[in-house]
Design a protein. Structure first.
Length: 238
């Protein structure tokens, strides 16, 4: 049987991914998480611009017309479109200390969480080729009429992410159908995050629909409310 990590990379177009430096997408991001944190519709219509080689990303508009966010693991900020910095926070992950799922966020909390999360989403599975990532195939998982191969991923400390250990669920075409994690900065609640609507851009396959749910101890999703809903209407590489 083919090595699952290599199968996933090939299926998503990893060889083509290496040709580019930046990815841009038009998105709608809503769900119970944003409402609980005090920002129910702030990301409903945004343009996301992400570096590929570096962990850097911005949203525009961000919290108001004429503003954009800036995310890097060690710094988040809010800028005007002409480059004036209005506020910033160094070591932003530390600002989530002792947060629970009910703790509200300020705009810089929002910039950090939405920044690292989307950078991860757009760059997965390609980041598996970066130094320090460890992978291990787990037992398959069956749910309903579907059976997925599973790849456990351990992230290096150098990459900001939801949790150090995550699990990718892989369909028969080698595409990621689901990922499991516990978002440490928002209280560590177990989540099941489904990906679908794959489209090909520049030979690279990107899911255009994402739905995240809370997850039971047996791995099944709790489908009584969508925690995060992401819809992507366009992707551009440069």
């Amino acid at each position: 049987m083919a090595d699952l990590r290599d199968l996933v990379l090939e299926a998503h177009g990893a060889a083509k991914w290496k040709r580019f430096r930046q990815i841009e997408g038009d998105m709608s991001i809503v769900g119970l998480l944003w409402a609980r944190k005090g920002w129910p519709d702030v990301l409903r219509s945004v343009r996301v611009t992400a570096d590929i080689a570096e962990q850097q990303l911005s949203y525009q508009p961000f919290t108001a017309d004429g503003l954009r966010s800036f995310y890097r693991p060690d710094l988040v900020a809010i800028d005007t479109l002409d480059g004036k910095r209005l506020k910033q926070r160094s070591n932003p992950r530390n600002a989530f200390a002792n947060h629970t799922p009910a703790t509200p966020w300020d705009d810089l909390h929002l910039a950090y969480f939405s920044g690292y999360a989307m950078w991860n989403y757009l760059n997965t599975p390609f980041i598996l080729e970066l130094p320090g990532f460890l992978t291990e195939e787990l037992e398959p998982y069956a749910e309903g009429h579907q059976t997925w191969r599973r790849l456990k991923v351990t992230f290096p400390d150098s990459v900001a992410t939801h949790s150090r250990e995550q699990v990718l669920y892989v369909d028969d075409n080698g595409l990621i159908a689901r990922l499991d994690y516990s978002a440490d900065v928002s209280g560590g609640v177990p989540s099941a995050h489904f990906t679908s609507g794959y489209l090909e851009f520049e030979g690279i396959k990107i899911p255009t629909r994402r739905r995240a749910f809370l997850r039971n101890a047996d791995g099944t999703p709790i489908q009584d409310g969508v925690v995060v809903a992401i819809d992507i209407s366009g992707i551009r590489f440069s």
